[in-house]
Design a protein around this ligand. Structure first.
Ligand code: RIB
Length: 298
């Protein structure tokens, strides 16, 4: 079987995470349980899990010329993620400040830093040059104009494009037009459509004529085909300790699935299993199953 070739145009961050039983209210100081630093950023998370699945992954992004940027570059190298289109900047690397509570729920503030300096022309150059490219993935932690440029170039050469609209921001009609798959979570779905994804009627109203998947946390995910048909995939019951990066795990695995020739439903099933496993461990990339573990889930 030929390699699944994926480009992720996106963000790479260092996650600074505080775990606490209770999250402080405004003006309150509380003692937490644990502090960790780890690899994160929605783009890098998606790239890393796709690489764990066995994809040939090309990351298109910008890192700070600092210790955080150096360690992310080293991690990409270790994982075999192609970094020909990763540039460096004097602006500090992106960071995410994360609080995780006793239920594993997170609150995140990102400081995009160098991630906001990716240039459209570099993204286009990358997408036009990568041999055998099948799928291009992006999120909303980089400038939307860069995603639009990358997806437009991707469509010109017949690639599939997947947008994870996280964190939510209004999306241009031009970007919708070059996006084959959009994968919001429940919150982003509500922001995009103005209604919660709680009923089949509401789900069917989302983006007629195009394919979408809504991730539903512990409920799994639902696929909405371009004809308005729904397929639900439920998640295994797990004990969540940290949900950070679970949505990214789903998106990266789904991208791998499509690029390796799986049908969307099978790609979604694997994505739900991997994401469910990730919430049982702490961190974003540090929570992702290895290739050997993923093989047992396929
Ligand atoms: O989706 C989780 C990610 O969001 C974290 O890794 C953090 O870096 C933020 O980008």
């Amino acid at each position: 079987m030929s390699k699944a070739v994926i480009a992720v145009v996106g963000s790479a961050m260092i996650d600074l995470t505080a775990y606490a039983t209770v999250i402080p209210a405004p003006g309150q100081t509380l003692e937490g349980d644990l502090f960790t630093t780890g690899f994160g950023g929605k783009g890098a998370n998606q790239a890393v899990i796709a690489a764990h699945c066995g994809a040939e992954v090309h990351f298109v992004g910008k890192l700070g010329r600092d210790l955080f940027g150096d360690s992310i570059a080293e991690n990409f190298k270790k994982l075999g993620i192609d970094s020909e289109y990763v540039e460096r900047s004097d602006t500090p690397n992106g960071v995410a400040h994360i609080w995780v509570d006793a239920n594993g729920e997170n609150r995140i503030i990102i400081i995009p830093g160098a991630n906001h300096e990716i240039e459209s022309k570099k993204a286009i150059e990358a997408i036009e040059s990568i041999a055998g490219l099948a799928v291009v993935v992006a999120q909303c932690e980089i400038k939307q104009e860069v995603t639009l440029a990358a997806f437009s170039a991707a469509k010109k050469r017949g690639c599939v494009t997947i947008l994870n609209p996280a964190p939510y921001q209004p999306l241009s009609e031009e970007l919708f037009a070059v996006t084959d798959w959009i994968i919001p979570n429940e919150t982003e779905f509500k922001e995009l459509l103005g209604q919660d994804p709680t009923s089949d009627e509401v789900l069917k109203k989302f983006r007629p004529g195009k394919n979408s998947i809504v991730t539903l946390g512990s409920e799994g995910a639902v696929l909405i085909t371009s004809e308005g048909n729904l397929t639900r995939v439920s998640a295994p019951k797990v004990n969540p300790v940290d949900t950070t990066g679970a949505g990214d795990a789903f998106v990266g695995v789904f991208a791998f699935g499509l690029a390796s020739g799986k049908n969307p439903e099978d790609a979604m099933k694997l994505g739900v299993k991997v994401a469910s496993m990730s919430v049982t461990r702490k961190g974003a990339q540090s929570s992702y199953p290895s290739q050997a573990e993923i093989d047992t889930l396929s």
